[in-house]
Design a protein around this ligand. Sequence first.
Ligand code: NAP
Ligand code: GLV
Length: 309
Amino acid sequence: MTILIASQNKKDVSAWHERLAEHLPGADVRHWTEDYDKAAVETVLMWKVPTDFLFDLPNLKLIQSLGAGVDHLVGAALPHHVPLARIVDPWMTGSMSEFILMNVLRFFRYDPAYRHLQAEGRWEDLGTPDRFETPIGILGMGELGQDAARKLRMMEFPVMGWSRSPKTVEGVESYTGRDGLGRMLRQASILICLLPLTQETRGLIDAEIIGLLPRGAYFINAARGGHVVDADLLAALDSGHLAGAALDVFEPEPLPADHPYWTHPKVILTPHIAADTNARTAARQIAENIRLVRAGQKPNNPVDTRRGY
Ligand code: NAP
Ligand code: GLV
């Protein structure tokens, strides 16, 4: 049985080889650019590469996304008889919440303004903000959104979450539908995007949606660049409607060198690092999925390709 790693990064192979071997002793793990016997490939671990070669693997039993997001697969041609699974890993979820908390606190405690004051050598007290008066709205209340919501609640921020179906998370107000979205946005001092990128969510964050946020709100995007209409976000930052944005994801990636986000004074930019997949913690679930599909069962964390996530 061969496990093929189909990613742009060849160095991934050694990490996955070592970790998968702990759970699947003797597993033959190869990068898709190496030689391999097509008939021996039962599992492909996929990350952002063209999918056409999947149709040439006659014994393929599992397509496993190497990330939580599956937008790189859902829109592509896939052998639909083969189950598709994604990563849901508490380590990754914790990393994402660290990233969200870091940026919420950065904006909430006026850190960008204090950096400017420091650069100008000015000693100036901007006052102490009130967390009870700083409602936070989260778009997407799945694995990542719910964990961020709980941790923000632990810090006593008012938290609201928007999802397709209603959610019960202690202390968090749940909103659904377009009406619910509007009601949440009108109250949100900080808006966080943790949605999957689907046909329904692509371009969701446009001038109309941003315009519903109170003046001076902040925006944090750790989901996908395709959720945002960049020109509308830049216009809202330039007009002062938004006070700042922390952006981890872009379309395309890497972000082109001449993109205005790089130098925008109100943008805090990171290169898609909010929550990486960790081979050490994720190998166990991949090994379990391989065992399940070999036994003719469905994998854990399956993707509904019709729904898009
Ligand atoms: P998930 O568990 O599938 O949760 C998705 C959430 O979005 C669910 O609450 C879902 O609602 C909601 N949703 C989907 N479509 C919607 C729509 N049209 N309207 C309203 N709500 C909608 O996903 P996750 O594991 O939390 O991951 C979310 C995304 O984070 C991934 O898809 C990926 O793009 C991104 N991500 C980024 C990084 C990074 O490093 N920047 C790392 C990991 C993941 P229901 O609950 O009602 O289904
Ligand atoms: C990263 O962006 C992921 O989807 O896991």
